[in-house]
Structures are given as C-alpha cells and as structure tokens.
Design a protein. Sequence first.
Length: 319
Amino acid sequence: MKKGILARTLSVMAAFLLALPSAAQSYAADGGMPAFSRERFFHSGTWLPYRKAAFNIGEEKPAALILYLHGGTSRGDDNTAQLDEPAVSAISRHVSAHGLHAVLIVPQCPAGQFWAGAMSNVLTALVEDYAARDSIDASRLYVLGSSMGGTGTWSLLDNCPSLFAAAMPVAGNPSGHSARNVALTPVLTVMGTADHIMDLDTVRLFIDSLIQAGGEARLDVEYDWTHEQTCEESYTPSRLDWLFGHAASATTGLAPRADRQTPTVIVCGRTITLSDGGRFQVHTPDGRSLARGTVRFLVATPGVYLIRAGGLTAKVAVR
C-alpha cells in the first residue's frame, strides 16, 4: 500500500514539475504572440544571451531578421528583462498583424556594458551568423533600439555600413559617428522635446549631415514627450511600415553624386560591402569567382579575397 501511495505521489510531483516554466522554456508574449525561446551566442570570449521569436513561419521563403536593442535599465543576465520593454510587444504585434515572415531577436547587454565597442562586434557577429543561413533573407536585416539601444543602433550603422536594409534608433545619441558611413543605411529616428537625457539638437545636426551625404534620413519630433515616453510610444504602425518597407539594394538609398570618389571596400566582421553600396565581384587570389553582381558578400571562411567593381580591384583579408 505504501509503495502504491509513494508511486502516485511521485507521479503527481513529476507532472507538477513538468508544468512549471524552466530556464530552457519559452517566454510567451502577450496577445497570442509567438513564444520567445531562450538562446545564447558566443563570440570573442563573450556569451550574449538573447531571446528569439519566429513569425508566420509557415512560408517557405527566407525570413527577414529584426534586431531590437534594449535600453540601459534592462541590462543583466536573466535573459528576461529586455522583453518587458514596450517596443518588443509593439514590434511583435505589428509583424504578426501584417503577416510578415520574420525572426525577431532581442539580446540582453551584460550589466556595466553598453551596445558599443566589443559588444557592437558581438552583435555584428550574431547578425552575420543569421544572415548566412538559408532561412534568412540577407537583404532584409533591420535594427531598432531605444535609449542606450538607440545609441547602439547608431554605432552599428557606423561600424557596419550597408549591413542593414533600414534602421530605427529611438532617443539615441549619434555623436562621434561618421555621417558618410551611416548614410549608407536608410534611417528613421524619433526624439522628444522634453527629453532631458538625449539632446535633440545633436540629432538634428546629424540628420542634416546624413542628408548632405546623400542618405535617406528622417527625424520625427514628438512635442512634450519625455525620454521614457519616446522610448515607449515611438514604435507606431506607420513608422514600422516605413522601416520594413525597405530592402537592401544596389543603391541602398543613396542619391548619385558627381563628386563621389571611387568606392572603398568595407569589411565589417565577415561582411564585405562597398562604401557607395554598389555591386561588385568576389574572387579568390587564384582567380576563382565566388560572387558576381552582389551588393553584400558574407565570407564563409577567413582568408584573402579579391574585390572587383568597375575599375576598382582590391585585395582584402578577412579574419
């Protein structure tokens, strides 16, 4: 009799434990959104926790990749706090409601660090890892971010020109970044007039510099919005429509300019592009053709490659 009772007790306990959420289980978003799985990515000695959700996965065509960077208060190692930002729900609802075939990844920055420097390199490697997969459309990579994440978005655009099809840095600081590099990516940024953390005039001047560099840049100013309100309410359907309406092309939004110099080769992580967003060819040193007429080339293995575009021939080493 005791053995029977013990067996039934253990059975009930096992069923109860299986019903409890564990660290490996998914976090279900509100409103019936797809669940966010727990993931980790390792690069250059750093583990980056992140959450991932796939939308409208029944389609056979490759999915867009959406990267959202959280603000400073969501830093840590629980791989949960970043999902509490309103932007995550707004993006999820929009993608789901519009039937967009996409993968949304939301990494968590370690405590005491920022989305810049070494962490920017880790983010680049993470995006490139996904872009190399057949399931991802490398011409539809998007990055968004709020506050510290907005500043991190500006940093990614400077470090990796032409990597993203479009970007939306919200309440971020673009100071110190190259307008020429950032202008290679269409940008929509939002600032509030009552924001006492990020400076509106700094952003205005940078947007002017992007336009002068031939870029597609848009600044939306919300009157009387505080920093927190800007971070929480900027991700409207019309702005997200603008963002996801872009795809990487040969021009990447740049207007032709007679004074534009011969393009240079840009190597960001394992991604090779031209500074003017133009098409090019990729060859091995022994003359074997790897790609023709591409606007972005993701290197599978480190090595030396020859880049040819019109009269330009350049040898680049990718580590």
